[in-house]
Design a protein around this ligand. Structure first.
Ligand code: PEP
Ligand code: CO
Length: 470
C-alpha cells in the first residue's frame, strides 16, 4: 500500500474540472449509497488485465481500446452494446492477424460518462448555461435546470454501468465471441465490398486453423469460445471513484483449484478502484500536484495517462515516478494524442526520456483527440486520413527509437453514424449532418473503424516483414 495515501487524500489537493454541486446533502447520500454497493469488477480480473498489459509493454501483445467519447445512459440497451462488442471483436481478430500477437481488448464502456470541458459555461441561443459535463453529472437538454449538477446521477451511473457490464458478461459467456462463428458477428449492411472480402479471407484462415486444431484434437480448450473484454473510463469524477475504491486482497497467482499455494506469504491487501478494470487520467487533469494524480497514485489497477503536446518530457517522467514508484512493467499506459501534425515534434523526446528513466510503460496512440477540427459551418469532425497518419507516424517513430507501439485508443461506435470524414466510404463534410449523433467528440463509425483496423494490421505486417529481412 502507498504511504500517506487514502482513497480521499485527493480532496486536499488542487483540483481541475471540479463539479460545483449545490446540494451537499444529496452528494452525501449518493456517495453513502455507492459505498455500500458491490464492486463492478473483481480484483482477479483487474490483476489479469495488468498481467496482459505487461505483455503489451514487453512487445508480446497488442491492446485495442475503444468506445464512445461520451457514453449516455440511453446507450445502455441490447442493440448498442452488442454492436460495440461485435465491432471490437471483429477489429481484434483483424489485429491478431496483422500484428501477429494476442490482442487485449479494453472497451470505453460501462462508465465512460464524465467529460472534461474546456469551459464550465456555454452560450446556447443567446443564454449562458452550464456546459454538459456528462450523463453522470447533469442533463444534455439546453436549459439551466437540466444542466444543474444532480448528485443522484452518480448512483444512476453505477446502475447503468452494472447493467451494461452484466449484458457484456452474459453475451460473452453465451458464446458471442466464439471464434467458430466470426461471420455471425455481422458486418453491417453498409460495409464496403473490399473490406468485407478481406475480412472474409481472414475468417477463412481462422476457420482452417480451427479445423486443423479439431483434426489433431487440440480444440477442447475454452480459449477459442470466448475472450475477455475489459472496461475502462476516464477517472474524472473523484467522488465517484473514491466511493468505489476498496481495500481488497490481491489475488495470489495460484488457481483456486490448485491445493498447493504458490507462496507461504499471506495475501497483501491493496486499494482497487472497482468501477472499472482500467481508469485513465485525462490530458486536462494530469497536474503533478493535482487531485487526480494524487488519487491515481494509490490504486492498484493498471492506469492510463493521456499525454498531449503541452506535456514536457521531464514532467512525464516525474508523473511516472509518482504513480508507479516501484516501476511495475505495464502498470501505466501512456496514451499519446498530439495530432498528425505535431506527433513528429513531440513523441521522440517523450520516448527518449521514458527510456532513459528505466520505466517500461505500454505506449498507446490515441489518434483522435489531437485531430479534432471544425468545418466551416462549425461542425466538430475528424479526418480519417489524419487519424491514420498519426497512427502510422507513431508506429514508425517507436520503431526507429527501438520502442514498441503497443496499441491504439479510438473513439468509435457500432452504429452507422456520420461524424468523421473520409475512409473508403468517402464520407464528405456535406454528409456529416446525415447521422451526427455524438454528444461530445466525433466517432469512427463501424465501417471506418474496421477499415482502420485493416490498415493498421497491414502496417504491422509490413513492419514485421521489413524486420525479418534485416
Ligand atoms: C477523451 O478521451 O475523451 C478525452 C477527453 O481525451 P483527452 O483527455 O486526451 O483530451
Ligand atoms: Co473524446
Amino acid at each position: 500500500m502507498t504511504a500517506d495515501w487514502a482513497p480521499g487524500s485527493w480532496a486536499s489537493k488542487p483540483i481541475k474540472q471540479d463539479v460545483p454541486y449545490k446540494d451537499n446533502e444529496g452528494v452525501r447520500a449518493a456517495l453513502a449509497k455507492l459505498q455500500t454497493l458491490p464492486p463492478l469488477v473483481t480484483t482477479q480480473e483487474i490483476v489479469s488485465l495488468k498481467k496482459s498489459l505487461k505483455n503489451v509493454a514487453l512487445g508480446k501483445a497488442f491492446v485495442l481500446q475503444g468506445g464512445d467519447c461520451a457514453e449516455l445512459f440511453d446507450y445502455c440497451n441490447q442493440d448498442m452494446i452488442e454492436a460495440k462488442v461485435k465491432l471490437l471483436l471483429q477489429m481484434s481478430l483483424v489485429l491478431i492477424w496483422g500484428a501477429n500477437r494476442p490482442v487485449v481488448r479494453i472497451a470505453r464502456i460501462a462508465g465512460q460518462f464524465a467529460k472534461p470541458r474546456s469551459s464550465p459555461m456555454e452560450v446556447v441561443n443567446g443564454v449562458e448555461i452550464p456546459s454538459f459535463r456528462g450523463d453522470n453529472i447533469n442533463g444534455f437538454a439546453a436549459d439551466p435546470e437540466s444542466r444543474r449538477p444532480d448528485p443522484s446521477r452518480l448512483v444512476s451511473a453505477y446502475f447503468h454501468s452494472a447493467a451494461t457490464l452484466n449484458y457484456i458478461r452474459a453475451s460473452l459467456s453465451s458464446g458471442l465471441a466464439d471464434l467458430h462463428s466470426p461471420l455471425d458477428w455481422g458486418l453491417g449492411h453498409v460495409i464496403t465490398p473490399s473490406i468485407k472480402e478481406k475480412y472474409e479471407q481472414i475468417v477463412g484462415r481462422v476457420k482452417d486453423a480451427l479445423r486443423f486444431m479439431h483434426t489433431v484434437g487440440i480444440d477442447t480448450d475454452r480459449g477459442v469460445e470466448t475472450v475477455e473484454i475489459y472496461t475502462s473510463h476516464e477517472g474524472l469524477s473523484l467522488e465517484y471513484e473514491q466511493s468505489l475504491t476498496r481495500l481488497l486482497k490481491t489475488p495470489s497467482p495460484t488457481r483456486p483449484s490448485d491445493p498447493t499455494p504458490s507462496s507461504t506469504q499471506p495475501p497483501r491487501a491493496s486499494y482497487f478502484a472497482t468501477s472499472a478494470h482500467f481508469l485513465w487520467i485525462g490530458d486536462r487533469t494530469r497536474q503533478l500536484d493535482g487531485a487526480h494524480v494524487e488519487f491515481f497514485r494509490g490504486i492498484a489497477n493498471p492506469i492510463g495517462i493521456k499525454i498531449g503536446p503541452s506535456m514536457a518530457p521531464d514532467e512525464l517522467v516525474r508523473i511516472l515516478d509518482v504513480v508507479n514508484p516501484s516501476r511495475e512493467i505495464g502498470k501505466v499506459t501512456l496514451i499519446s494524442r498530439y495530432g498528425a501534425k505535431k506527433i513528429a515534434a513531440h513523441l521522440p523526446a517523450q520516448i527518449a526520456a521514458v527510456q532513459a528513466s528505466g520505466h517500461i510503460p505500454v505506449w498507446q496512440c490515441d489518434p483522435m483527440h489531437g485531430n479534432t477540427q471544425s468545418t466551416p459551418t462549425g461542425v466538430k469532425t475528424r479526418h480519417f486520413s489524419d487519424i491514420l497518419s498519426e497512427l502510422h507516424q507513431a508506429l514508425e517513430i517507436h520503431r526507429a527509437a527501438g520502442s514498441f507501439l503497443g496499441g491504439m485508443h479510438l473513439e468509435l461506435t457500432g452504429e452507422a453514424v456520420t461524424e468523421c470524414v473520409g475512409g473508403a466510404g468517402g464520407l464528405t463534410e456535406e454528409g456529416l449532418s446525415e447521422r451526427y449523433t455524438t454528444f461530445c467528440d466525433p466517432r469512427l463509425n463501424e465501417k471506418q473503424a474496421l477499415e482502420l483496423a485493416f490498415l493498421v494490421a497491414g502496417f504491422y505486417r509490413d513492419m514485421d516483414e521489413a524486420d525479418a529481412v534485416l
